[in-house]
Design a protein around this ligand. Structure first.
Ligand SMILES: Cc1cc2nc3c(=O)[nH]c(=O)nc-3n(C[C@H](O)[C@H](O)[C@H](O)COP(=O)(O)O)c2cc1C
Length: 186
């Protein structure tokens, strides 16, 4: 079964990202589409700011935390990057986690969940550029959570604030994940 990692990109105390991640995992497990899902929460993984002497494209790592993160990412066939919008961009924590990895991202699809006043659209657009540079397939499978300061109450997301169709989102991700997994093997 193709495996998808859901990377939760915000790390702040009292963040909306935790509730949005919980909601997403629950929805995706209902809408399985032959995929398995795993949540990777950057607040728990707690990577330091990139501290490798060589770029990830060298494939050489000197720190245990880098090797663990990279070998975790290597296990997935596709990804969902969940990002808040901070000053019209993605979170620094998410960009930092992306920058630790190179070969393990290549030729794999990534779908996006963004949140903010405009549903995180501007943060997602920056991530699309970053994914392109990594030779990934950045998908139009996107979900937008509007106004996280209002849509998350007591740690629970009110799903009426979610824009986008979750069935279509998972279908598209499943198609690309399966197609690229087959292509990577050939
Ligand atoms: C540093 C910072 C910058 C922000 N900039 C934006 C922004 O440019 N656009 C936007 O829609 N919301 C912005 N917000 C509001 C966030 O979208 C909102 O607080 C969201 O809940 C942040 O995600 P988090 O709680 O998971 O960290 C910003 C919030 C922070 C903390």
């Amino acid at each position: 079964m193709a495996h998808i990692q859901i990377i939760i990109g915000s790390t702040r105390p009292a963040r909306s990202g935790a509730a949005i991640g919980d909601w997403l995992v629950k929805e995706l497990n209902i809408n399985k589409h032959g995929l398995s899902f795993e949540k990777l929460d950057l607040a728990q993984i707690n990577l330091p700011l990139l501290d490798e002497p060589l770029p990830a494209s060298s494939g050489q790592y000197s720190h245990k935390h880098s090797k663990e993160w990279v070998s975790k990412i290597a296990k997935a066939d596709g990804y969902i990057w969940v990002t808040p919008e901070y000053n019209h961009g993605p979170s620094a924590a998410l960009k930092n986690a992306i920058d630790y990895v190179y070969a393990e991202w290549i030729h794999k699809p990534v779908a996006f969940v963004g949140y903010g006043g405009m549903g995180g659209t501007r943060a997602i657009e920056q991530l699309v550029n970053i994914a392109s540079q990594l030779n990934m397939a950045p998908l139009t499978a996107r979900l937008h959570v509007m106004d996280p300061w209002a849509s998350v109450k007591d740690g629970v997301l009110d799903k009426s604030y979610v824009k986008g169709n979750i069935d279509g989102f998972v279908n598209e991700l499943a198609w690309w994940t399966n197609a690229l997994a087959k292509a990577r093997k050939s």
